[in-house]
Design a protein around this ligand. Structure first.
Ligand code: PMV
Length: 339
């Protein structure tokens, strides 16, 4: 990441940096599409290796309001960002634009939207001179991308489903700071292509057509409870077991949808097999997979090199990214908008 070749003047723009996160208990399905309220709570790990920076400034009279790595983004993604910037600015607020850069592939199932929408939220609030609580910042980021609500915090984070119709109780809180429990997460990249099915379309389709979706909803509270207890006990084997089972249950809902939604490639399956073989050999490693073909593997930092070596040898794995538990949102330019 170059740190920001942007079309904005330094004195009229703000820059925030946020990290991606990977859900260990997944968000999958919405209870309200307009407010982007989840049907279930979720728990994630913020990743120090995958970061995005967003510069927000005034929208130019002509040209794009959303640049990614210096290139204009139009179509659905461009309109989604324009709508989000308008929401942050409020009805009578100034028109805003943003330029984002990420140090990892965007739109490939690596939670880039979490880091990007979280960073855009903080930079926009800073530019607007607003001050909000971190919970409020999380609830705003949620409206850009659900998983962005969790990137506000470092370490292990829970996004609460909430019950209020207006979404006021659906935001994330921190469970453990990133320095309270060292963890490693390796990402086996099996494809650099854009995702076949954007998460929000896949969720909508699965919720509407999969007979297994009801079972997914029913099992989630048990997973959340068990995951909170496993984190409190710093029990990595239990955290890994719950994460793997939760991930497979989420993907099962897609397999049962009409027509089915399958995110895996042969390399995805081979990487899952490799992780199971590592465990058979006594190495503590557990996989999770989001709405894409990449395989994310949780382990103790002492085992990270052995796990990375094993993943690199899997046919079809293009490269392996290494992350630890990362920090929450930070400002690089402009005043801090949270209190
Ligand atoms: O935040 P979204 O709309 O990109 O959805 C994320 C969905 C999953 O990555 C599959 C699960 C999760 O909790 O991050």
């Amino acid at each position: 990441m170059s740190g920001g070749v942007t079309p904005f003047d330094a004195d009229e723009s703000a820059i925030a940096v946020a990290h991606a996160n990977v859900a260990l208990v997944k968000y999958w399905g919405k209870r309200d599409e307009r407010l982007n309220l989840p049907a279930v709570g979720s728990i994630s790990l913020t990743l120090d290796g995958l970061r995005a920076s967003a510069t927000v400034g005034p929208r130019p009279d002509s040209g794009a309001c959303f640049l990614q790595d210096g290139r204009p983004v139009d179509g659905v993604a461009g309109r989604r960002m324009a709508g989000f910037l308008d929401l942050l600015a409020g009805g009578d607020g100034p028109k805003l634009a943003t330029s984002v850069e990420a140090n990892f592939p965007v739109g490939a199932g690596l939670a880039s939207s979490a880091a990007i929408f979280c960073a855009v939220t903080a930079a926009a609030l800073s530019l607007l001179g607003r001050h909000v609580s971190l919970a409020h910042l999380s609830a705003l980021a949620r409206q850009g991308s659900g998983s962005a609500s969790r990137s506000v915090y470092g370490g292990l984070v829970e996004w609460h489903r909430g019950v209020a119709d207006d979404g006021s109780d659906s935001y994330a809180t921190q469970i453990l700071r990133h320095d309270e429990w060292p963890l490693a997460l390796l990402v086996a990249i099996t494809s650099e292509d854009m995702k076949k099915h954007p998460s929000r379309d896949a969720m909508r389709h699965v919720a509407a057509t999969s007979p297994l979706y009801a079972g997914w909803l029913e099992a989630q509270d048990d997973d959340l409870r068990a995951m909170r207890a496993a984190i409190a006990a710093r029990d990595l084997a239990e955290v890994g077991r719950i994460a793997e089972e939760n991930c497979l249950r989420m993907h099962a809902t897609g397999l049962a949808a009409r027509p089915p939604v399958l995110f895996w490639t042969p390399a995805t399956v081979a990487a899952m097999d490799a992780v199971r073989a590592l465990r058979d050999d006594g190495v503590g490693a557990w996989f999770t997979i989001d709405a894409g073909p990449q395989v994310k593997v949780l382990c103790h930092p002492d085992d990270a090199e052995a796990v990375a070596r094993c993943l690199r040898s899997v046919p079809g794995v293009l490269r392996v990214l290494r992350s630890g538990s990362g920090p929450g949102i930070a400002m690089q330019r402009g005043s801090v908008p949270w209190t």
